[in-house]
Design a binder for this molecule. Structure first.
Ligand SMILES: C[S@@+](CC[C@H](N)C(=O)[O-])C[C@H]1O[C@@H](n2cnc3c(N)ncnc32)[C@H](O)[C@@H]1O
Length: 242
């Protein structure tokens, strides 16, 4: 078994998925397996809860735009489309990823869904007020502690209603489970390397408390969700939701 990791603080080791030189069939397979993992661990659940909460706070608008950053193939948005159908919401989703190959995979995945657009881009260059709600699923753990305040600030400023983050709890059980499951079920180098590392790069409540001290992040709320997730919701303006 791999050496038991020190989970006291967030790892800063790089993930293979952030190496834009790695692509082709290896990346395609990793994205396919990530979709499967999201499905098995109900990865979209906290995301939908956070979006629903912000939508209600904003007065249940009939039209809603979502920007999903670090989107990968964007599969966690499928339940959001069904949620929009149930509530009669005219929903438009933009998937944004820094990797052009990943964007192509996402465009292919949503070929028959006109409500979903794909755009290549870097979260650190997001324009202000880009969409009603900005979402980030299994994405913010890609940033080291020094860059997290900037990434959160950019995402919040890109939203008109608020920000929803869905990411991993840095917990020994989660690490051991993901380490074992990825060795048992996958031969993909990225999945085997990045899966357990993502947990080591994940979060504890104290990380979000520190983030809340960043100027403009005082409205940040976080909650633990099943399967070792954290749901983070940051409304853009206090008065809208008073
Ligand atoms: C672990 S994947 C998460 C995919 C998806 N959101 C999910 O829930 O399965 C993280 C994604 O973030 C993308 N990424 C990394 N840095 C980025 C940046 N600065 N701006 C936009 N996307 C980025 C990577 O290319 C990768 O596709």
């Amino acid at each position: 078994m791999s050496t038991w990791p020190d989970l006291a603080s967030r790892s800063e080791a790089p993930e293979l998925m952030d190496d834009l030189a790695i692509g082709g069939s290896e990346l395609e397979e990793a994205l396919r397996q990530l979709r499967r993992i999201n499905q098995l661990l109900i990865g979209a659940w906290p995301l939908r809860e956070g979006v629903d909460r912000l939508w209600r706070w904003a007065g249940q608008p009939a039209e809603l735009s979502i920007l999903d950053v670090g989107a990968g193939s964007g599969d966690v948005n499928r339940p959001l489309l069904r949620w929009a159908d149930r509530h009669g919401i005219d929903l438009q989703i933009t998937l944004m990823d820094i990797n052009p190959e990943t964007c192509a995979e996402a465009a292919d995945y949503y070929l028959d869904e006109p409500r979903v657009q794909v755009e290549q881009g870097d979260v650190l260059n997001l324009p202000a007020n880009y969409a009603d709600i900005v979402t980030a699923s299994l994405f913010v753990h890609h940033f080291p502690n020094t860059q997290l305040p900037t990434a959160f600030t950019r995402m919040l400023q890109a939203s008109r209603i608020g920000l929803v983050v869905n990411d991993l709890h840095r917990h020994a059980f989660a690490w051991a489970f993901i380490w074992g499951a990825t060795r048992l079920l996958s031969r993909n180098r990225m999945i085997r390397h990045d899966g357990p590392l993502s947990v080591r790069r994940g979060f504890r409540g104290s990380d979000f408390e520190r983030l809340r001290a960043t100027p403009g992040m005082g409205r940040l709320r976080y909650a633990w969700r099943p399967f070792f997730r954290y749901l983070v919701v940051v409304p853009r303006y206090e008065r809208r939701f008073a």
